[in-house]
Design a protein around this ligand. Structure first.
Ligand SMILES: *[C@@H]1O[C@H](CO)[C@@H](O)[C@H](O)[C@H]1NC(C)=O
Ligand SMILES: *[C@@H]1O[C@H](CO)[C@@H](O)[C@H](O)[C@H]1NC(C)=O
Ligand SMILES: *[C@@H]1O[C@H](CO)[C@@H](O)[C@H](O)[C@H]1NC(C)=O
Ligand SMILES: *[C@@H]1O[C@H](CO)[C@@H](O)[C@H](O)[C@H]1NC(C)=O
Ligand SMILES: *[C@@H]1O[C@H](CO)[C@@H](O)[C@H](O)[C@H]1NC(C)=O
Ligand SMILES: *[C@@H]1O[C@H](CO)[C@@H](O)[C@H](O)[C@H]1NC(C)=O
Length: 434
């Protein structure tokens, strides 16, 4: 199971589907170069890889407050667990943007464009049990990020969240966009700049957080994963001075053992050992937390860690037919506290422990606990409705389930809600910091 998971770990190819005519030509060139290099390098197979104020259409959401409060309203009840709740069908407020209107959409996530027959996955709102989420206000977020740098650091799930964030923010930027934003790629870093705000929202490819042989932003699908659990500086120097940091790392670890390297990839006398995954994960997260402790300005930088993004590869988990996966699922799971085999609680315990220890040393990382809420959304993955990096073989076409991507998430969709939660936490802090 774990090995299968890993062989289908998230792809890293960064691809921007809908490059519009009005795009800056230099950017278009950069992207074209990237696309070419992806076509050249990506040889590995892709993964089958306010309180919310609007009255809701379906009348289910009796808890929704009738009076829209202007954004950004903090969640008033500090004790409310934002991550415990249920999904409510809402085709009035959602989606928060249109897939085709987002210039930054990734072809890996553009399920509608790639022919998904029904798009109900776009119409769900997250309703916490004890409170309502504030409405996402892109202008308020940009104001908040004025003269600041926000960086998402991690794997392709985190990149999906970044794409979602840029799409959300883009709704507040005038359509005469050449003057308004710029977009550039530099190695592992992708930078979106909202010019009037001098604000950047960036993504940095670093799938295991520490150094590994999967660090190349394009050509990272290597058969044997090697990880330097004690080395992070090569990456961290590029983001340590950011004002907001959002990390994740999970799926790339899913195998029983990790090959750990002491010494550099270049050195001839490096020492390699197999270490059980959970222990190696803890070592890596400790390296990461020590870096934060020493290098991050704690009065300036806000830190977030996004918990495991669940996969839906085994329909038995939710009472479906054995041998099937998320392919052709159209409804969320409604069973309270559903938890599938795609998420490993022990890994969450490790994250909690490392972050708890770091808090004791005076650095706070807030956990964006999206695992449970995303567990319910078995229908929200791209499955076969995404760009395929390589032409499909006949036997694949004959068995679509075999190459269905039950890892990533269609956009607009679940990661938008992760960002609404992130937004809520950011404004909550802001308010409480006065
Ligand atoms: C929203 O969903 C309801 C119930 O499925 C449907 O009757 C209505 O036409 C939908 N509205 C929109 C705007 O799609
Ligand atoms: C969004 O935030 C901006 C800036 O804080 C504010 O001026 C505006 O009224 C807000 N929009 C809504 C719909 O609440
Ligand atoms: C723009 O933002 C960066 C941080 O991202 C900051 O260092 C710089 O001083 C800002 N520029 C201005 C003119 O405020
Ligand atoms: C690209 O990144 C390198 C460091 O990795 C940095 O020195 C350089 O200034 C960056 N270039 C641009 C155009 O951002
Ligand atoms: C940390 O950030 C605060 C707030 O931006 C700033 O005043 C302070 O100078 C920074 N400290 C260091 C050591 O850079
Ligand atoms: C996240 O949520 C899960 C399930 O709801 C829970 O078991 C876990 O303790 C939570 N973790 C944190 C850090 O809140």
């Amino acid at each position: 199971m774990a090995n299968k998971q890993l062989s289908t770990a998230p792809t890293g190819a960064v691809l921007w589907g809908s490059i519009r005519g009005n795009f800056h030509s230099l950017i278009a060139l950069l992207i074209a170069a990237l696309v070419l290099s992806i076509i050249y390098f990506a040889r590995d197979p892709p993964p089958p890889e306010d309180l919310v104020t609007k009255p809701m259409s379906d009348g289910i959401a009796a808890t929704v407050s009738p009076n829209p409060s202007p954004t950004p309203s903090p969640v008033r009840d500090d004790k409310c667990n934002l991550f415990s709740g249920r999904w409510v069908y809402d085709n009035v407020t959602y989606p928060l943007y249109k897939e085709k209107d987002c210039k930054f959409m990734s072809d890996q996530l553009a399920c509608e464009k790639y022919g998904r027959p029904e798009i109900n996955y776009q119409y769900w709102r997250w309703q916490p049990h004890g409170c309502d989420l504030p409405r996402f206000n892109a202008t308020a977020l940009l104001e908040r990020l004025r003269n600041k740098r926000m960086v998402f650091v991690g794997d392709s799930l985190n990149r999906g969240q970044w794409v979602s964030m840029v799409c959300l923010v883009n709704t507040a930027i005038p359509s005469d966009s050449l003057k308004s934003y710029k977009f550039h790629l530099n190695g592992s870093l992708i930078v979106f700049t909202a010019k009037e705000y001098n604000a950047t929202i960036e993504y940095y490819w670093e799938p295991l957080l520490v150094e590994s042989n999967s660090d190349d932003p394009v050509n990272h699908r290597v058969p044997d994963r090697i990880v330097r659990v004690q080395a992070i500086e090569k990456h961290a120097r590029h983001w340590s001075n950011a004002d907001v940091l959002v990390f994740d790392t999970y799926l790339w670890w899913r195998r029983p053992k990790m090959n750990v390297l002491w010494g550099s990839f270049q050195s001839l006398d490096g020492i390699y050992k197999d270490v059980t995954m959970l222990r190696a994960y803890e070592m890596a997260l400790n390296t990461w937390s020590q870096w934060l402790e020493v290098h991050v300005n704690r009065s300036k930088t806000e830190l977030f860690f996004v918990s495991m993004s669940p996969t839906h590869e085994r329909a038995e988990d939710w009472g479906g037919v054995a041998g099937r996966n998320c392919y052709e699922e159209t409804e969320p799971i409604t069973r309270e506290d559903y938890w599938g085999t795609g998420s490993e609680p022990e890994m969450m315990r490790v994250v909690e422990k490392v972050i708890g220890d770091l808090r004791d040393r005076g650095v706070t990382v807030q956990i964006l606990n999206i695992t449970q809420l995303s567990e319910y959304r078995k229908e929200a993955h791209p499955t076969i409705y995404r760009r395929q990096w390589e032409p499909l073989k006949e036997e694949q076409l004959a068995n679509p389930m075999g190459y269905a991507d039950c890892f990533h998430w269609c956009l607009p969709g679940v990661p938008d809600v992760w960002n609404e939660l992130l937004y809520t936490l950011m404004f909550k802090n802001w308010v409480s910091k006065g």
